[in-house]
Design a protein. Structure first.
Length: 550
């Protein structure tokens, strides 16, 4: 089964939790918008990997009792069709869990098949997936759940479904699901409707609120705070799309018990965040927008002493804008949240001193992703390269497995990574680097490296060849807008016949230069949907020319 490649973006390491996602289709067009998520242009020609896998599974599970035992399917970055979902629903009588993360190609008919036929379903979670909606094919999938008796549902997440849902059917479903613990709603669910659902399900532990705004006229608004107060088990809150700050006090009653708060869609300012965060002493996971500014981060540092994961996303990722968060808020977090294990931080300016402080104050960091927006940004105070800051991270954070670097870096920074980053499995590089020697340090010094993603960096053929000894141990290598040639890619492909190597050029006139290199392990062999194999016309090749070398 082949994992989808990262998209060609110019902003480093944007995914909300994973390396950037994109389609496996012929139209491999990634998104460079500041908010990570699936591609905007889902595949019109999905590959058949999932269908083949399901057919093979059914071939081996020939006995009814074996098929009854198959109950769980988790897919990530896959093209999934409605027919695939129907096949799952028809084939496995005891199917219980479906989790689709960053998938695309399916719509409400497929969801309807799962809802209507999988009567033992406990988990249906759609996370950052693209659900295709055609007016003539849209199905009221929520109404397809059995409407008699209690359901087995424990988790229902459909916040990425853009089309409205039948609220009456949803309310009835929630009422018939006494075991429901996790509910994540889409933006079509209003505050009044959210109130009704919470009254039906006071047992919830995880809630995604939907829009968190008033999109309907009511004579008298319900007591939202009482509804939240009744949900005594709530530990995780997310959603807050199109947020109305006046409604924020409604969540105060549950803040004391929260361990996870996701404000990554909530454009709240520092004062609004402070009114909430001052109650969140147990918080371990926090996702926010940089609209909270350094002042908001300082409030987090003062209150959330048990924080383990922080993600700060940009409202505006353009290089020419003045960023609202900086090394000031970053260093405050390192001083106040010393149990931190994972951080993703977008900013316009940073200093070595602040990063060094983070490495010393938070030695338990496992994930460190610092995304300095802009090209080759130096230390904001000294104007020196950011080498010593990132060097301190790999030296002092002994548990580090995931690292994203950006800013002005020389070969010295990559020498530090190669020397001290012995546990690093995933490395993302954007707008950074000096010579081929830098990447050579990494490929020769990081024995556990599995995923390497490089964008807009000066590494060339020599750097590519330096990893020949290690590529068989890796899951993938992605290099875009570097200094690679087709000849070097062909040499690597010949030296590593069991790897799949793809060259992707958006410029049809490019003869020898390589815009994107994607190399990966695959049990399935080279792709069969490249333009050459599909008989693509000249126009398609000019948009994107893809060559698979296997």
């Amino acid at each position: 089964m082949r994992e989808n490649p990262p998209p060609p973006t110019t902003t480093p390491d944007l995914a909300r939790g994973e390396i950037a996602e994109s389609s496996t289709s012929k139209n491999r067009t990634g998104s460079s918008e500041p908010f990570p998520g699936p591609t905007e242009n889902p595949s019109p020609f999905p590959d058949q990997v999932l269908e083949n896998v399901l057919e093979n599974v059914l071939h081996f599970l020939s006995f009814r009792k074996d098929r009854n035992a198959a109950s769980l399917l988790h897919l990530k970055r896959m093209s999934v069709t409605d027919e695939d979902l129907r096949l799952v629903a028809d084939s496995f009588a005891s199917f219980r869990e479906l989790l689709l993360v960053c998938c695309e190609g399916f719509g409400t008919p497929g969801l309807a098949a799962i809802a209507s036929k999988c009567r033992l379903l406990k988990v249906l979670e759609l996370v950052e997936s693209v659900i295709e909606v055609e007016d003539d094919e849209e199905v009221d999938w929520v109404s397809c759940f059995p409407n008699e008796g209690q359901t087995h549902l424990e988790s229902l997440a459909f916040d990425c479904v853009e089309c409205p849902v039948n609220f009456e059917a949803l309310e009835g479903l929630v009422a018939r699901s006494p075991n429901l613990k996790k509910l994540r709603l889409n933006r079509s669910v209003s505050m009044v409707q959210l109130h009704r659902l919470m009254l039906r399900a006071p047992q919830l532990t995880h809630l995604g609120t939907g829009s968190f705004s008033a999109n309907e006229n009511v004579d008298q608004e319900p007591d939202y705070a009482s509804a939240f107060a009744a949900c005594r088990s709530l530990v995780c809150l997310s959603g807050f799309r199109e947020i109305w700050p006046d409604y924020l006090p409604a969540i105060y009653p549950v803040c004391a018990n929260l361990t996870s708060l996701n404000f990554s869609y909530a454009d709240v300012n520092a004062e609004q965040l402070k009114s909430v965060i001052c109650h969140c002493h147990k918080l371990q996971i926090l996702w926010v927008l940089d609209s909270i500014r350094d002042e908001g981060l300082q409030a987090v540092a003062a209150t959330c002493k048990d924080l383990r994961e922080l993600r700060v996303f940009p409202v505006d990722a353009r290089e020419e804008t003045e960023g609202p968060v900086s090394e000031v808020g970053f260093e405050a977090i390192s001083q106040g949240c010393r149990k931190l294990e994972s951080i993703l931080f977008f900013c316009q300016t940073m200093t070595n001193a602040a990063v060094i402080a983070m490495s010393k104050n938070c030695p338990d960091l496992v994930v460190f992703r610092l995304c300095i927006i802009g090209v080759y940004r130096p230390d904001a105070v000294t104007q020196e390269p950011m080498d010593e800051g990132f060097g301190a991270i790999v030296m002092n954070c002994k548990k580090l497995t995931r690292l994203a670097v950006s800013g002005l870096l020389t070969d010295r920074a990559f020498e530090y990574i190669g020397r001290y980053g012995k546990l690093v499995r995933t490395l993302s590089v954007a707008f950074a680097g000096d010579t081929d020697t830098g990447l050579k340090y990494v490929l020769e010094g990081c024995p556990n490296l599995q995923k390497l993603e490089i964008r807009d960096s000066p590494f060339g053929d020599g750097a590519l060849r330096s990893g020949l000894h290690h590529y068989y141990n890796m899951r993938f290598l992605w290099m875009s807008s570097c200094k690679l040639t087709r000849q070097a890619c062909q040499e690597v492909a010949q030296a590593l016949p069991h790897m799949v190597l793809e060259v992707i050029n958006n410029d049809g006139d490019a003869v020898d230069d390589v815009e994107i290199l994607y190399m990966y392990r695959s049990l399935d062999g080279p792709r069969n949907d490249t333009p050459e194999n599909e008989g693509a016309g000249k126009g398609e090749v000019e948009i994107e020319a893809t060559m698979s070398i296997g």
